[in-house]
Design a protein around this ligand. Structure first.
Ligand SMILES: [Zn+2]
Length: 264
């Protein structure tokens, strides 16, 4: 999927978020950066310890919240490191890691690609918000009601709770984990009682619409479950889901990254 946003697009979408949504995304980006540093052990054998990560989403515009490297260059991302020996604090940009710390260029590059991945994760969320997608409340409630929390990591649960509060669509991985957990617990849309499969196109489309009405606006519509319930070919299903992107039906879908979401 070619979804890398330009700096301008990213900034424009970012400014449409509520302050709580912005704060939530920044918070989790920071956690992720921290965990990349911990698990990759970038600073192994060095005296420096990673302690903080800041981002200026307005860079290179805006007057407030500017960040700088120790060399004076303005930054989008700033890393704070502390010396275990002397307690000295060092604030750096990712490209100057190599120069200022004497770490290898490979490590500096790994940090860069870590940042790139984090940006892509957030870009996907920004694109979903733009399509008016929200937090998957119904799945989350089912997840809680089915007692699935106890199987999950604290980090995952913390993200779900925070994204619920900010009404943000989930990271792709979290969305998949949520759906997988529900499926493993035996959740299927046909447990609610699907309409009888039909051979006539007209009725099958009607059945599809009534199945989709069981999902909340903003929720993902899982293809495999629809296929099981409807007894149609994947090709037909894809065509009908495409049809439902038009506003002339009682429900409306939107395709985002090969998934269909209910938007009305
Ligand atoms: Zn520098």
């Amino acid at each position: 999927m070619a979804i890398d946003l330009t700096r301008e697009q990213r900034l424009e979408l970012w400014q449409k978020l509520t302050p709580l949504q912005q704060e939530t995304l920044q918070q989790f980006k920071k956690y992720r950066m921290q965990s990349i540093f911990l698990t990759e052990n970038f600073l192994k054998d060095e005296e420096w310890l990673f302690v903080d990560f800041k981002e200026n989403p307005l860079y290179p515009h805006g007057e407030e919240g500017k960040l700088f490297c120790r060399c004076g260059r303005e930054l989008k991302y700033q890393f704070t490191l502390v010396s275990e020996k002397t307690g000295e604090t060092l604030q750096l940009g990712s490209t100057h890691f190599a120069q200022h710390l004497g770490v290898t260029p490979q490590i500096a590059q790994q940090v860069q690609s870590g940042i790139h991945q984090l940006d892509r994760g957030v870009d996907l969320i920004l694109l979903r918000v733009e399509k008016e997608l929200r937090f998957p409340k119904r799945y989350y409630n089912l997840f809680i009601n089915r007692g699935l929390k106890k199987q999950c990591s604290t980090a995952f649960l913390t993200r779900l709770a925070a994204f619920a509060k900010a009404d943000l669509p989930l990271y792709e991985e979290d969305s998949q984990e949520l759906i997988e957990r529900l499926k493993k617990s035996g959740f299927k849309i046909d447990t609610i009682g699907p309409p009888a499969p039909s051979t006539s196109t007209d009725n099958a489309l009607k059945n599809l619409i009534s199945l989709i009405q069981r999902y909340e606006v903003g929720e993902i519509v899982p293809n495999d479950e629809l296929l099981t319930s409807l007894n149609v070919s994947p090709k037909d299903l894809t065509r009908w889901l495409g049809l439902l992107e038009s506003p002339k039906f009682p429900v409306q879908l939107k395709e985002v990254n090969t998934n269909h979401y209910r938007i009305r």
